[in-house]
Write a protein that binds this ligand. Structure first.
Ligand code: CS2
Length: 407
């Protein structure tokens, strides 16, 4: 069995389609021990099948089935003693995280787990380690470093100092569209893939991983599977966050309000498609990459969104808008206003989100939504929560109000 050299927090579909795939596709010398956010269900199901699972790579016309073997242990997130003892192992060189945006709040679960794991590592004298955030946050390495060091310095300044000297926080852009596994996916894998896999993952053929930072204790040769190591992740992450994730959020709110259930259905609707083009035209002005590269990226993105065999539900993407809108949409809103333009594309996403908070389209699933729901009757008050100066901007307010659904 592969030795445990990576410990992961956030054992879900995306991690298994992305980092676990890159690891398995580049080496058989690095094993991953992964923890769920909390619950034991997936960890138990995987443990019962030796942590093997099928990755169904779903192209526009056919599926391929790949049994993944880089995962060697699966634990419930509630098992904090095992978490600490694994992060403290001298053989562990990398700790990766996929916990979604909300978990990076100050004193949130990411800070809490990493600080407790790193404290155990320091006590064990196991030396330097890299922490790699794989969530859709701009500057995810710096964000992780900030929340970890804030918490550590409050608990134990000596620990904070040790982290400063021994822990590298790597910044990454991650991309692979991975819908939630459904019961019919499980049945399909059983009948076509040949074994009763209780926890398969369905994903698209496209995948991308761009990383920047040091790995003081080594790392898998992920570049063999196509990962790119660069000096500056910002242009890549801005491209992905604004065009892909921002486009997703637009379709999730505006498309579900028009009666669509999936991304593929929404982009097939000419009205949604037009809105997506408006948004992309506007957002592209804020991505520091050559125009030709952005045109190619947009065309590829449209094909990915239109893949009719990927059932990526708008309800899944609509979740946690209070965490996503401020980083996917508001930067464009601000950039356009600073340039003296009216951001109709960004205003439309905001308006569609406000409609969603008022009950249109996909159901609300967002622990941070309450303050926004309370203000959803007044777009000005919603803007004030997103940034006090935005609420003073009457032209922006007009653009948002004119995009709201009638009635
Ligand atoms: C989506 C992302 O759910 C969402 O908010 O925009 O999960 C998206 O599918 C991934 O970032 C693709 O890499």
């Amino acid at each position: 069995m592969r030795p445990v050299r990576i410990v992961h927090l956030g054992l879900g579909g995306f991690f298994r389609a992305h980092q676990a795939w890159y690891t398995g596709a580049s080496t058989d010398e690095w094993g991953i021990a992964a923890f769920t956010g909390r619950s034991a269900t997936l960890a138990d199901a995987l443990t019962a099948q030796d942590c093997r699972y099928t990755l169904v790579v779903r192209g526009p016309s056919a599926d391929s089935f790949q049994v993944q073997e880089s995962l060697v242990a699966a634990h419930p997130g509630s098992d904090s003693a095992t978490w600490r003892s694994l992060v403290a192992l001298p053989s562990v060189a990398v700790v990766t995280v996929t916990m979604t945006e909300a978990a990076y709040a100050p004193s949130g679960v990411v800070a809490d787990r990493l600080v407790s794991g790193l404290a155990a590592r320091r006590l064990a004298g196991s030396g330097p380690v890299a922490v790699v955030s794989c969530d859709n946050l701009p500057g995810n390495g710096e964000v992780t470093s900030r929340v970890v060091r804030d918490l550590a310095s409050r608990l134990d300044p000596a620990l904070d100092e040790w982290i400063g000297a021994n822990v590298s926080f790597v910044t990454t852009m991650v991309d692979r569209i991975t819908p939630k596994t459904t019961a019919s996916d499980v049945r399909e894998v059983e009948s076509t893939g040949g074994w009763a896999d209780a926890a398969p993952v369905v994903t698209e053929p496209f995948t991308e991983w761009v990383l920047s930072g040091d790995f003081p204790a080594g790392r898998p040769p992920w570049e063999k599977a196509g990962a790119r190591f660069v000096d500056d992740v910002v242009p890549h992450e801005t491209r992905k966050l604004l065009l892909l994730n921002g486009g997703h959020s637009l379709l999730a709110y505006a498309g579900s309000a028009r009666g669509h259930d999936t991304v593929a259905e929404a982009v097939a609707d000419p009205v949604c498609r037009g809105w997506l083009d408006d948004w992309w035209d506007e957002a592209c002005r804020h991505v520091p990459l050559p125009a030709g590269e952005l045109t190619t990226y947009r065309a590829a993105l449209l094909e990915r969104f239109a893949n009719p065999r990927i059932r990526h539900t708008l309800a899944q993407i609509a979740s946690d808008g209070s965490q996503k809108i401020p980083i996917r949409v508001v930067p464009v809103l601000r950039g356009e206003r600073a340039a003296g333009r009216t951001p109709t594309g960004a205003a439309r996403i905001l308006a569609a989100w406000i409609d969603h908070l008022r009950g249109a389209g996909a159901p609300i699933s967002d622990a941070g939504a309450q303050p926004y729901i309370e203000r959803a009757g007044s777009p000005r008050d919603v803007l004030a929560l997103l940034g006090p100066e935005l609420a003073e901007d009457n032209e922006l307010l007009k653009a948002v109000e004119s995009s709201l659904r009638a009635g």
